[in-house]
Design a protein around this ligand. Sequence first.
Ligand code: BG6
Length: 509
Amino acid sequence: MQTWTSSKLPESAEPVIITIFGATGDLTARKLLPAIYNLTRDGLLHDNTVIVGFARRAKTDEQFRNEMLEGAEKFSRSSPIVPGIWEKVAGKLFYHQSTFENSGGYTRLAKRFEQLDKQYQIGGRRLFYLATSPSEFAQIINHLGEARLGHIDPFSAAAWRRVIVEKPFGRDLATACELNRQISHVFDESQIYRIDHYLGKQTVQNMLVFRFANGIFEPLWNRNYVDHVQITVSETIGVEGRGAYYDTAGALRDMVQNHLMQLLTLTAMEPPVTLDGGAIRDEKVKVLRAMQPLTVEEVENRTVRGQYVGYRQENRVDSKSETETFAAVELLIDNWRWQGVPFYLRSGKRMPKQGSEICIHFKLSPGVLFAAPDKHVSNNVLVLRVQPKEGISLLMNAKTPGSRIVPAHMDFNYDVAFGSYSPAAYERLLLEAILGDSTLFIRNDEVEGAWRMMDSIESGWAAGKPPLVMYPAGTWGPVEAAELLCRNGHAWDALIDNSARELVIDAEY
Ligand code: BG6
């Protein structure tokens, strides 16, 4: 993993042409151009970084630049947009009009590359970003292959070619394998960067440092000391104009297969032998391989699927939709470290709070000393707060000035400790792809391993096991989700929404 931390140009950021397919879509204006603007502002890109937006609609370079400026103004993490820096970006921002199926569009693109390459001394380096609907991925890749745009010249290894593929990567194991197969006809695995923007978040990256740079946690990080693990990603928003896509996906495919499974593998993996992308991803894959696909009976007993009331009235959602907007699952990892430790995952839309957390619940201390009914002792819980207010918190038992025992939190907050500089996930990921480090991207076997688990759940759900249950918008999902944990004597954590959890102490003390 790259260790760049300052706002200096990393030595290896080289001139490159970044081609964004689907350049008139939401992702480009919302995330990609703001990311490129901020990377430019921080001096992290080479001055000769050229961006080509590839899309269907007719548009001039000028119109495209103006639209991207609007996007940057609205969505950039730093504002206002500094005209001098934007001009730097806009001066090398171009539009290329073509449909995705027209091979002529790619031959024209190749010609354009030649001319831009000469003008800006790019040295043949190309980064392709597939920001289109997933149904277009395969044909874009095919055309890139036909036009020999993905091809690496063996006599000029520095002229690298890479492709970033947006999610969703397939909609089940079969389609993911097929997509992997199609991409592999044109690009070698080392050239493929499958994105999961959760891996660009600071706290997610910090999990490796936290786990493996601190000697005190690793000895406790196993079935002997951990009672169970909870991973929650909750959103207050609904489907926000993405009804057509979301209704074909649902919470399991949209969130659990990728973001939550990534958090799970990073939490559960063994220490890698080195910090390089291959070693880290090997360990993540071993976790997936230690998980058995669920039987229909297990799906019925260990999963919950819910839909918020009002979802069927959302724009471009089927009025009889059976798509889940909430999913909760209990997964087990059959290896020496984790055998018998439940990992509970939940994710939903229209929840009461927005937040992502990993909570490691440790086993209770022996109850011999504080066994009186008025002395309630809690489990120690380590909370890795991915967002908002990234940080880490440890719940401990403490004595109040009277004689009560209450839970108290020891809190570490990123912003407080290191200031509020926190590059957006897409900045980090774009830069890593330009630098050629794939650690924060997903390998083919990771995608397939996660789909294998999801497929088993989807097939139970397709048989109505368990049935879809409704929950009122603004609540923590269906009551069945609470029962899922209750059966094992557990309960979902309340999400932390500020740096310190509220400490409620009885007034009498
Ligand atoms: C995306 C999902 O991958 O992640 C969206 O498609 C979801 O449905 C989003 O809203 C959540 O990302 P974040 O960074 O806001 O937690």
